[in-house]
Design a protein around this ligand. Structure first.
Ligand code: HEC
Length: 252
């Protein structure tokens, strides 16, 4: 075999392997295709602040964030103690306390059949894309105790907290599954809410961004620190270059 033919065969093999890899990624993406991209950016402070406000108004009544303190949130989100205590703390907890839901666990399990889980680590457990998609996937279902169901998390016992903004989604059924239940093919907006689809996506993205921050508050600090680390490395490289110039001057 000539060198040329060998090289051609070699590259053809690599190309086939790469194609195979690409196709298998595609297959995985299709399998989990129900999940949408959240598009969150925890460096976006305005989004974080809006998310915190939305969370406190629409989620904190049921869900705790037991690893997050109001004071820490104020510091990280660039808010004053007064702003947090007046707008974000709806339970009358002290500034240094954790964000604990006011709902008694006994009542919650009576109402929902279970206690709403703590959401401190939810984006790390489920992923941001999952949380984002979950919040957009509620629909009306009279067969459920509270009248709500969710395409991503079937038979979830949580009612849609954001329906006034999103509007009411209804299922479009197509065919039946193994046990004869109708399959939800897609959802359509039965009656509109106070926000259009784009605004509502942003609302859900803000909440998800906030939960992503709560799951790893140190990530904010790490990003800020990263800039200084890069500056330091640049300076170090420059010094090393100067040193090299100095050494080689004698050699030449
Ligand atoms: C009226 C009470 C209530 C409100 C308000 C509420 N939830 Fe829930 N949530 C629940 C209950 C109950 C569950 C448990 C669902 C289940 O496991 O069947 C739950 C489950 C969840 C889960 C899934 C947790 C898992 O099992 O992985 C997420 C995520 C979640 N809620 C996020 C939110 C967010 C974000 C908000 C605010 C926009 C919110 N919830 C508002 C009651 C509530």
């Amino acid at each position: 075999m000539t060198d040329h033919a060998f090289a051609r065969m070699f590259f053809a093999r690599i190309a086939i392997a790469a194609l195979g890899l690409l196709l298998s990624f595609g297959a995985f993406a299709a399998a989990g295709g129900a999940v949408e991209q959240a598009g969150t950016d925890i460096g976006d402070r305005a989004s974080l602040q809006r998310g915190a406000q939305l969370y406190m108004n629409y989620c904190a009544g049921c869900h705790s964030l037991k690893f997050m303190r109001y004071s820490r949130m104020a510091e990280d989100l660039g808010l004053t103690e007064d702003e947090v205590m007046d707008n974000l703390n709806l339970t009358g907890a002290a500034f240094g306390e954790h964000v604990i839901s006011a709902m008694p666990a006994g009542q919650a399990s009576q109402w929902f059949g279970q206690v709403p889980p703590d959401l401190s680590l939810i984006t790390r457990v489920r992923g941001s894309d999952w949380v984002y998609t979950y919040l957009k996937s509620f629909y009306l279902d009279e067969t459920r105790p509270l009248g709500w169901n969710n395409t991503l998390f079937p038979n979830a016992s949580m009612p849609n907290p954001l329906w006034e903004m999103q509007g009411l989604q209804r299922p479009v059924h197509e065919g039946v599954d193994d046990i004869g239940e109708p399959v939800v093919a897609r959802l359509e907006l039965g009656s509109p809410g106070s926000q259009d689809a784009r605004q509502f996506d942003q609302t859900v993205r803000d909440i998800t961004t906030f939960l992503e921050y709560v799951g790893e508050p140190a990530a904010l600090k790490r990003q800020q620190l990263g800039v200084w680390v890069l500056l330091f490395l640049t300076l170090l490289t420059f010094l090393a270059w100067l040193l090299k110039q100095e050494y080689w001057r004698d050699v030449h």
